[in-house]
Design a binder for this molecule. Sequence first.
Ligand SMILES: [Zn+2]
Length: 341
Amino acid sequence: MGPLNLAAESFDSSANQLVILQYHHVDPKTPDSTSISPQQFLIHMEHLATNGYQIVRLEQAIDKIKRGIALADKSVAITFDDGYKNLARFALPELQKRKWPATIFINPGLLEKHSSHYLSWDELKHWSLQGMTIANHGWQHDYWIRREAGYSAKEWQQKIKTSILETEKSIKQQIGVSHKLVAYPYGEYDTWLQSWLIDNQFISFGQQSGVVASYSDFSALPRYPASGVYADISTLKQKLNTFALPIDYQKLPSPLAMTENPPQLHLSWLNESFAVDTRFACYVSGQGKAEILAEVKRVKIQAQKPLNLGRSRYNCTLPVKGKPNYYYWFSQPWLSLESLD
Ligand SMILES: [Zn+2]
Protein backbone atom coordinates (compact mmCIF):
# COMPACT_ATOMS: atom_id res chain seq x y z
CA MET A 1 0.00 0.00 0.00
CA GLY A 2 2.77 2.46 -0.90
CA PRO A 3 2.39 5.88 -2.45
CA LEU A 4 1.61 6.22 -6.13
CA ASN A 5 4.11 7.95 -8.35
CA LEU A 6 2.32 8.27 -11.63
CA ALA A 7 3.18 11.36 -13.60
CA ALA A 8 0.02 12.49 -15.38
CA GLU A 9 1.81 13.07 -18.72
CA SER A 10 3.31 9.58 -18.87
CA PHE A 11 0.26 7.81 -17.50
CA ASP A 12 -1.01 5.12 -19.84
CA SER A 13 -3.96 3.39 -18.23
CA SER A 14 -4.08 0.62 -20.82
CA ALA A 15 -0.51 -0.57 -20.14
CA ASN A 16 0.37 -3.74 -18.22
CA GLN A 17 -3.08 -5.11 -17.58
CA LEU A 18 -3.90 -8.64 -16.43
CA VAL A 19 -7.32 -10.24 -16.69
CA ILE A 20 -7.80 -13.10 -14.21
CA LEU A 21 -10.61 -15.59 -14.80
CA GLN A 22 -12.16 -17.41 -11.86
CA TYR A 23 -13.76 -20.83 -12.16
CA HIS A 24 -15.02 -23.34 -9.57
CA HIS A 25 -16.53 -26.61 -10.85
CA VAL A 26 -16.05 -27.70 -14.44
CA ASP A 27 -18.70 -30.40 -14.62
CA PRO A 28 -22.07 -31.01 -16.28
CA LYS A 29 -23.69 -32.14 -13.01
CA THR A 30 -22.64 -29.70 -10.26
CA PRO A 31 -24.67 -26.65 -9.04
CA ASP A 32 -25.33 -24.08 -11.76
CA SER A 33 -24.26 -20.97 -9.85
CA THR A 34 -20.64 -22.10 -9.45
CA SER A 35 -20.29 -24.36 -12.47
CA ILE A 36 -19.44 -24.30 -16.10
CA SER A 37 -20.08 -27.30 -18.32
CA PRO A 38 -17.06 -28.97 -19.93
CA GLN A 39 -18.43 -27.98 -23.37
CA GLN A 40 -18.72 -24.31 -22.37
CA PHE A 41 -15.26 -24.38 -20.75
CA LEU A 42 -13.87 -25.72 -24.01
CA ILE A 43 -15.53 -22.83 -25.87
CA HIS A 44 -13.76 -20.40 -23.49
CA MET A 45 -10.39 -22.07 -24.07
CA GLU A 46 -10.87 -22.11 -27.85
CA HIS A 47 -11.75 -18.43 -27.80
CA LEU A 48 -8.62 -17.59 -25.82
CA ALA A 49 -6.45 -19.71 -28.12
CA THR A 50 -7.75 -18.39 -31.42
CA ASN A 51 -7.83 -14.70 -30.46
CA GLY A 52 -4.23 -14.17 -29.42
CA TYR A 53 -4.60 -14.24 -25.63
CA GLN A 54 -1.44 -15.03 -23.70
CA ILE A 55 -2.16 -17.43 -20.85
CA VAL A 56 0.31 -16.50 -18.14
CA ARG A 57 1.44 -17.94 -14.82
CA LEU A 58 -0.35 -15.94 -12.13
CA GLU A 59 2.55 -15.44 -9.70
CA GLN A 60 4.95 -14.44 -12.48
CA ALA A 61 2.54 -11.96 -14.05
CA ILE A 62 1.80 -10.32 -10.69
CA ASP A 63 5.50 -10.09 -9.94
CA LYS A 64 6.13 -8.38 -13.30
CA ILE A 65 3.30 -5.90 -12.79
CA LYS A 66 4.62 -5.01 -9.33
CA ARG A 67 8.14 -4.46 -10.67
CA GLY A 68 6.99 -2.50 -13.71
CA ILE A 69 8.17 -5.15 -16.19
CA ALA A 70 6.04 -5.26 -19.35
CA LEU A 71 3.46 -8.03 -19.67
CA ALA A 72 2.44 -9.30 -23.09
CA ASP A 73 -0.70 -7.62 -24.44
CA LYS A 74 -3.86 -9.66 -23.86
CA SER A 75 -2.39 -11.46 -20.84
CA VAL A 76 -4.89 -13.70 -19.06
CA ALA A 77 -4.47 -15.89 -15.97
CA ILE A 78 -6.81 -18.81 -15.25
CA THR A 79 -7.77 -19.70 -11.66
CA PHE A 80 -9.90 -22.40 -10.05
CA ASP A 81 -11.23 -22.06 -6.50
CA ASP A 82 -11.75 -24.98 -4.07
CA GLY A 83 -9.81 -27.66 -6.01
CA TYR A 84 -12.70 -29.88 -7.01
CA LYS A 85 -12.06 -33.38 -8.32
CA ASN A 86 -13.86 -32.63 -11.61
CA LEU A 87 -11.00 -30.32 -12.66
CA ALA A 88 -8.76 -33.32 -13.25
CA ARG A 89 -11.34 -34.89 -15.52
CA PHE A 90 -12.69 -31.96 -17.51
CA ALA A 91 -10.50 -28.85 -17.18
CA LEU A 92 -6.83 -29.49 -16.44
CA PRO A 93 -6.27 -31.87 -19.40
CA GLU A 94 -7.52 -29.09 -21.73
CA LEU A 95 -4.92 -26.72 -20.27
CA GLN A 96 -2.19 -29.34 -20.35
CA LYS A 97 -2.92 -29.98 -24.04
CA ARG A 98 -2.21 -26.30 -24.73
CA LYS A 99 0.74 -26.09 -22.29
CA TRP A 100 -1.15 -23.42 -20.34
CA PRO A 101 -0.67 -22.78 -16.62
CA ALA A 102 -3.45 -22.22 -14.09
CA THR A 103 -3.73 -21.63 -10.37
CA ILE A 104 -5.79 -23.87 -8.08
CA PHE A 105 -6.76 -22.34 -4.72
CA ILE A 106 -7.25 -25.16 -2.21
CA ASN A 107 -8.52 -25.88 1.32
CA PRO A 108 -6.28 -28.57 2.94
CA GLY A 109 -8.76 -29.21 5.78
CA LEU A 110 -11.46 -30.13 3.28
CA LEU A 111 -9.43 -32.14 0.81
CA GLU A 112 -7.98 -34.28 3.61
CA LYS A 113 -11.50 -35.10 4.87
CA HIS A 114 -13.53 -35.43 1.66
CA SER A 115 -11.31 -37.19 -0.82
CA SER A 116 -14.14 -37.98 -3.24
CA HIS A 117 -14.99 -34.27 -3.75
CA TYR A 118 -11.57 -32.63 -3.83
CA LEU A 119 -8.26 -33.24 -5.57
CA SER A 120 -5.93 -35.15 -3.24
CA TRP A 121 -2.42 -34.02 -2.36
CA ASP A 122 -1.07 -36.67 -4.75
CA GLU A 123 -3.21 -35.33 -7.58
CA LEU A 124 -2.26 -31.74 -6.78
CA LYS A 125 1.40 -32.70 -6.75
CA HIS A 126 0.94 -34.35 -10.15
CA TRP A 127 -0.73 -31.23 -11.59
CA SER A 128 1.86 -28.91 -10.08
CA LEU A 129 4.49 -30.89 -12.01
CA GLN A 130 2.38 -30.26 -15.14
CA GLY A 131 2.69 -26.50 -14.60
CA MET A 132 -0.23 -25.70 -12.29
CA THR A 133 0.25 -23.43 -9.27
CA ILE A 134 -1.27 -24.65 -5.98
CA ALA A 135 -2.34 -21.75 -3.77
CA ASN A 136 -4.06 -20.78 -0.52
CA HIS A 137 -7.86 -20.63 -0.03
CA GLY A 138 -7.72 -21.09 3.76
CA TRP A 139 -7.84 -24.26 5.86
CA GLN A 140 -11.51 -25.13 5.49
CA HIS A 141 -13.29 -22.35 3.61
CA ASP A 142 -14.49 -20.41 6.66
CA TYR A 143 -16.13 -16.99 6.54
CA TRP A 144 -13.05 -14.98 7.53
CA ILE A 145 -14.66 -11.73 8.50
CA ARG A 146 -17.94 -12.97 9.99
CA ARG A 147 -16.85 -13.40 13.61
CA GLU A 148 -18.60 -16.27 15.37
CA ALA A 149 -20.14 -15.92 18.85
CA GLY A 150 -17.74 -16.63 21.69
CA TYR A 151 -14.66 -15.14 20.02
CA SER A 152 -13.12 -11.80 20.90
CA ALA A 153 -12.00 -9.75 17.90
CA LYS A 154 -8.40 -10.66 18.69
CA GLU A 155 -9.13 -14.38 19.06
CA TRP A 156 -11.02 -14.40 15.77
CA GLN A 157 -8.20 -12.67 13.93
CA GLN A 158 -5.75 -15.20 15.36
CA LYS A 159 -7.94 -18.08 14.17
CA ILE A 160 -7.99 -16.70 10.61
CA LYS A 161 -4.26 -15.96 10.55
CA THR A 162 -3.66 -19.56 11.69
CA SER A 163 -5.94 -20.87 8.94
CA ILE A 164 -3.88 -18.99 6.32
CA LEU A 165 -0.46 -19.86 7.76
CA GLU A 166 -1.29 -23.57 8.24
CA THR A 167 -2.58 -23.78 4.67
CA GLU A 168 0.58 -22.19 3.30
CA LYS A 169 2.71 -24.53 5.42
CA SER A 170 0.85 -27.61 4.12
CA ILE A 171 1.23 -26.46 0.51
CA LYS A 172 4.95 -25.99 1.05
CA GLN A 173 5.27 -29.44 2.67
CA GLN A 174 3.13 -31.33 0.17
CA ILE A 175 3.86 -29.51 -3.10
CA GLY A 176 7.31 -28.19 -2.28
CA VAL A 177 6.75 -24.54 -3.12
CA SER A 178 4.94 -21.65 -1.48
CA HIS A 179 3.93 -18.69 -3.65
CA LYS A 180 1.99 -16.84 -0.92
CA LEU A 181 -1.10 -16.28 -3.07
CA VAL A 182 -4.40 -16.17 -1.14
CA ALA A 183 -7.95 -16.19 -2.53
CA TYR A 184 -10.44 -14.95 0.06
CA PRO A 185 -13.23 -17.53 0.64
CA TYR A 186 -16.49 -15.99 -0.69
CA GLY A 187 -14.40 -12.97 -1.76
CA GLU A 188 -14.90 -11.41 1.70
CA TYR A 189 -12.13 -9.31 3.29
CA ASP A 190 -11.63 -6.56 5.83
CA THR A 191 -8.99 -3.91 6.51
CA TRP A 192 -7.19 -5.74 9.35
CA LEU A 193 -6.80 -8.83 7.20
CA GLN A 194 -5.57 -6.86 4.18
CA SER A 195 -2.91 -5.12 6.29
CA TRP A 196 -1.78 -8.37 7.88
CA LEU A 197 -1.51 -10.12 4.50
CA ILE A 198 0.49 -7.24 3.00
CA ASP A 199 2.78 -7.14 6.07
CA ASN A 200 3.37 -10.87 5.63
CA GLN A 201 4.13 -10.62 1.88
CA PHE A 202 0.96 -12.34 0.67
CA ILE A 203 -0.81 -11.31 -2.56
CA SER A 204 -4.57 -11.63 -2.16
CA PHE A 205 -7.48 -12.04 -4.54
CA GLY A 206 -11.17 -11.24 -4.15
CA GLN A 207 -14.17 -12.18 -6.25
CA GLN A 208 -15.09 -8.66 -7.30
CA SER A 209 -14.77 -8.19 -11.04
CA GLY A 210 -12.09 -6.09 -12.72
CA VAL A 211 -8.56 -6.10 -14.06
CA VAL A 212 -5.13 -6.03 -12.35
CA ALA A 213 -2.79 -3.11 -13.13
CA SER A 214 0.27 -1.55 -11.50
CA TYR A 215 -2.03 0.77 -9.55
CA SER A 216 -4.14 -2.09 -8.09
CA ASP A 217 -4.40 -2.91 -4.40
CA PHE A 218 -2.45 -6.16 -4.09
CA SER A 219 -4.39 -7.12 -0.97
CA ALA A 220 -7.69 -7.25 -2.90
CA LEU A 221 -7.03 -8.02 -6.56
CA PRO A 222 -10.10 -8.47 -8.76
CA ARG A 223 -10.99 -11.52 -10.83
CA TYR A 224 -13.76 -12.08 -13.34
CA PRO A 225 -16.10 -14.93 -12.37
CA ALA A 226 -16.49 -17.00 -15.55
CA SER A 227 -18.97 -19.67 -14.36
CA GLY A 228 -22.70 -19.77 -13.75
CA VAL A 229 -24.44 -16.67 -15.16
CA TYR A 230 -21.06 -15.46 -16.48
CA ALA A 231 -20.28 -18.63 -18.48
CA ASP A 232 -21.80 -17.36 -21.72
CA ILE A 233 -19.12 -16.67 -24.35
CA SER A 234 -20.46 -13.19 -25.18
CA THR A 235 -20.06 -12.22 -21.50
CA LEU A 236 -16.53 -13.55 -21.49
CA LYS A 237 -15.63 -11.62 -24.66
CA GLN A 238 -16.84 -8.40 -23.05
CA LYS A 239 -14.76 -8.99 -19.88
CA LEU A 240 -11.62 -9.78 -21.88
CA ASN A 241 -11.92 -6.31 -23.47
CA THR A 242 -11.51 -4.38 -20.23
CA PHE A 243 -8.83 -2.39 -18.42
CA ALA A 244 -8.57 -1.43 -14.75
CA LEU A 245 -10.39 1.85 -14.07
CA PRO A 246 -7.58 4.33 -13.31
CA ILE A 247 -8.43 5.28 -9.73
CA ASP A 248 -6.52 5.24 -6.46
CA TYR A 249 -7.26 1.71 -5.24
CA GLN A 250 -5.38 2.29 -1.98
CA LYS A 251 -8.18 4.60 -0.84
CA LEU A 252 -11.02 2.13 -1.33
CA PRO A 253 -12.98 0.96 1.70
CA SER A 254 -13.17 -2.70 2.73
CA PRO A 255 -16.50 -4.42 1.91
CA LEU A 256 -17.41 -4.27 5.60
CA ALA A 257 -16.78 -0.53 5.97
CA MET A 258 -20.42 0.48 5.58
CA THR A 259 -21.32 3.29 7.94
CA GLU A 260 -24.50 4.15 6.10
CA ASN A 261 -26.84 2.22 3.82
CA PRO A 262 -26.73 2.78 0.91
CA PRO A 263 -22.98 3.45 1.28
CA GLN A 264 -21.34 6.41 -0.43
CA LEU A 265 -18.18 5.53 -2.33
CA HIS A 266 -15.50 8.07 -3.27
CA LEU A 267 -13.18 7.26 -6.17
CA SER A 268 -10.09 9.43 -6.80
CA TRP A 269 -8.95 9.58 -10.42
CA LEU A 270 -5.29 8.93 -11.18
CA ASN A 271 -5.60 11.26 -14.14
CA GLU A 272 -7.89 14.28 -13.89
CA SER A 273 -8.92 14.11 -17.54
CA PHE A 274 -11.12 11.13 -16.66
CA ALA A 275 -13.14 13.14 -14.15
CA VAL A 276 -15.06 15.08 -16.77
CA ASP A 277 -16.09 12.07 -18.84
CA THR A 278 -19.88 11.83 -18.70
CA ARG A 279 -19.93 8.29 -20.09
CA PHE A 280 -18.83 6.98 -16.69
CA ALA A 281 -21.65 4.85 -15.23
CA CYS A 282 -22.16 2.68 -12.15
CA TYR A 283 -24.68 -0.07 -11.46
CA VAL A 284 -25.86 -1.57 -8.17
CA SER A 285 -26.63 -5.28 -7.63
CA GLY A 286 -30.36 -5.76 -8.15
CA GLN A 287 -31.10 -2.02 -8.52
CA GLY A 288 -29.86 -0.49 -11.73
CA LYS A 289 -27.94 2.76 -12.01
CA ALA A 290 -26.29 4.45 -9.02
CA GLU A 291 -26.24 8.21 -8.51
CA ILE A 292 -22.96 9.79 -9.54
CA LEU A 293 -21.65 13.15 -8.41
CA ALA A 294 -18.52 14.26 -10.28
CA GLU A 295 -16.08 16.59 -8.52
CA VAL A 296 -12.73 17.98 -9.68
CA LYS A 297 -10.52 14.99 -8.97
CA ARG A 298 -12.97 12.47 -7.68
CA VAL A 299 -16.41 11.05 -8.05
CA LYS A 300 -19.01 10.12 -5.44
CA ILE A 301 -21.22 7.09 -6.05
CA GLN A 302 -24.26 6.02 -4.09
CA ALA A 303 -27.04 3.48 -4.66
CA GLN A 304 -30.55 4.90 -4.81
CA LYS A 305 -31.91 2.35 -2.32
CA PRO A 306 -30.36 0.52 0.67
CA LEU A 307 -28.32 -2.58 -0.17
CA ASN A 308 -29.69 -5.97 0.82
CA LEU A 309 -28.13 -8.04 3.59
CA GLY A 310 -25.19 -10.13 2.38
CA ARG A 311 -22.91 -9.35 -0.56
CA SER A 312 -23.58 -6.55 -3.07
CA ARG A 313 -21.55 -4.65 -5.65
CA TYR A 314 -21.18 -1.27 -7.26
CA ASN A 315 -19.96 -2.01 -10.81
CA CYS A 316 -18.61 0.94 -12.80
CA THR A 317 -17.63 1.21 -16.45
CA LEU A 318 -16.22 3.82 -18.80
CA PRO A 319 -15.65 3.34 -22.55
CA VAL A 320 -11.98 3.51 -23.57
CA LYS A 321 -11.33 6.43 -25.91
CA GLY A 322 -10.16 5.37 -29.38
CA LYS A 323 -10.70 1.67 -28.66
CA PRO A 324 -14.22 0.65 -29.68
CA ASN A 325 -15.88 -2.04 -27.51
CA TYR A 326 -13.24 -1.66 -24.78
CA TYR A 327 -14.19 -0.53 -21.26
CA TYR A 328 -12.46 0.49 -18.09
CA TRP A 329 -14.03 -1.63 -15.36
CA PHE A 330 -14.23 -1.39 -11.59
CA SER A 331 -16.22 -3.26 -8.95
CA GLN A 332 -16.58 -2.38 -5.27
CA PRO A 333 -17.83 -5.27 -3.12
CA TRP A 334 -20.03 -4.57 -0.10
CA LEU A 335 -20.97 -6.84 2.75
CA SER A 336 -23.94 -5.95 4.90
CA LEU A 337 -24.17 -8.19 7.97
CA GLU A 338 -26.77 -6.27 9.97
CA SER A 339 -29.12 -3.39 9.36
CA LEU A 340 -27.62 0.05 10.04
CA ASP A 341 -30.10 2.24 11.87
ZN1 LIG B 1 -14.10 -21.01 -2.58
